[in-house]
Ligand binder design. Structure first.
Ligand code: CO
Length: 278
């Protein structure tokens, strides 16, 4: 794919590309939006640097790419309910979403994408890892692919440690009752736009296969979680204030690294409505 309006610089062999030549706070032409979207579909996650955007501008930008939706458990920013502040305070030890996952797969229609805008960062650390779940699927044996093809994954908002990663933020700004939401999705998901198959489970949310016990599911799930996050299937993004990321929740995992205790980190998140998974 060649681009006429933006410059696309991949940051790893697996996924992730920086996009240069775009001021997100300006009027984005349809041609620029279309090329960003193409780069996003090809690279699974795209990064912009040096942006300065207000909450209102972040919502307007988001609307060029999809339909912003609210996060179920935490109140959004005052006046901007679709913006969820992603915060870790200097005196906290746990970070929001600090394990491999794709966002809110415990919803029947999990979000298509997530956009994050970095406002305040530690002097070092706080990078985010991303992983390419197309590659995780494509590199499996034919035998494993055939085994996984009919399986349905059960995904919970309240699996193990993931509950702890949002506890402090729920305490600050509670929203709907903090009880488990559960949704079923195919383990091998066909991407609605690219048509490619990906491994659609995650360490944070997938508890077992439908019709299997957790104990029966665990050995295979553990293998799949390891497969998804093989180093050669990942990239690592180093944030700067003003960085904006946009990732595809349908085929990529992410994991914010919790290595900056004693420093505050603040980002503004918007997730986008997604469709049924099967
Ligand atoms: Co997340």
């Amino acid at each position: 794919m060649s681009y006429n309006h933006i410059e696309v610089r991949p940051i790893s062999g697996a996924l992730g590309a920086e996009i240069w030549g775009v001021d997100l706070s300006g009027d984005l032409s349809d041609a620029v939006v279309s090329e960003i979207r193409q780069a996003w579909l090809e690279n699974l996650v795209v990064f912009f640097r040096g942006q300065t955007i207000t909450p209102a501008e972040q919502v307007s930008i988001a609307k060029r790419f999809g339909e912003p939706i609210e996060y179920p458990f935490i109140q959004g920013l005052e006046g901007f309910p679709v913006i969820t502040p992603v915060v870790k305070h200097a005196d906290e030890k746990v970070n929001f979403g600090g394990l491999w996952h794709t966002d809110t797969t415990y919803q029947q229609r999990p979000p298509m994408a997530t956009m994050l805008y970095a406002l305040e960062l530690p002097p070092y650390g706080g990078d985010t890892l991303f992983a390419n779940c197309y590659l995780a699927y494509e590199t499996l044996s034919d035998g494993m692919k055939a085994t996984l093809e009919p399986l349905i994954g059960v995904n919970s908002s309240h699996k193990g440690r993931v509950v702890d990663t949002r506890a402090a933020r729920i305490k600050d700004a509670p929203k709907e009752p903090n009880v488990a939401r559960v949704a079923e999705h195919p383990v091998v998901r066909v991407h609605p736009e690219t048509g490619r198959k990906s491994l659609y489970v995650s360490f944070a949310h997938t508890t077992h296969f439908k019709g299997w016990t957790e104990a029966e599911s665990k050995p295979i799930l553990d293998f799949l979680f390891e497969q998804q996050t093989r180093p050669e299937f990942t990239c690592r993004f180093r944030w700067e204030p003003g960085s904006v990321t946009l990732w595809d929740n349908r085929c990529a995992l992410h994991n914010p690294i919790n290595d900056y205790h004693g420093y505050k980190r603040v980002l503004h998140r918007i997730t986008f409505a997604g469709g049924e998974t099967a």
